[in-house]
Design a protein. Structure first.
Length: 114
């Protein structure tokens, strides 16, 4: 089994920055994909960014120039650096792990508001 623990969410003003972290533990094997999805109130869960254990990345168009995903394979940890945050980035952010099937974290709230 794989468990995901997220940290780093919170309240930030528009234009501000946050860094999310997610550490995977348990039966971790490579190759795998880790990343972030988000779900705003009343909306469907959507891709934010994912990264493979080989370093390939994929971003949602809405965050491509503002968010950066990275990972430390030795620590089984994925990071999401978010800058120039907008109110529309407000959502619960879920960590994601994939190897043959999806595993989700509990989610961390990101609120962008003045």
């Amino acid at each position: 089994q794989v468990q995901l623990v997220e940290s780093g969410g919170g309240l930030v003003q528009p234009g501000g920055s946050l860094r999310l972290s997610c550490t995977a533990s348990g039966s971790i094997f490579r190759p795998n994909t880790m990343g972030w999805y988000r779900q705003a109130s009343g909306k469907q869960r959507e891709l934010v960014a994912v990264i493979t254990s080989g370093g390939s990345t994929n971003y949602a168009d809405s965050v491509k120039d503002r968010f950066t995903i990275s990972r430390d394979n030795a620590k089984n940890t994925v990071y999401l650096q978010m800058i120039s945050l907008k109110p529309e980035d407000t959502a619960i952010y879920y960590c994601y792990y994939y190897r043959y099937f999806d595993i989700w974290g509990q989610g961390t709230q990101v609120t962008v508001s003045s």
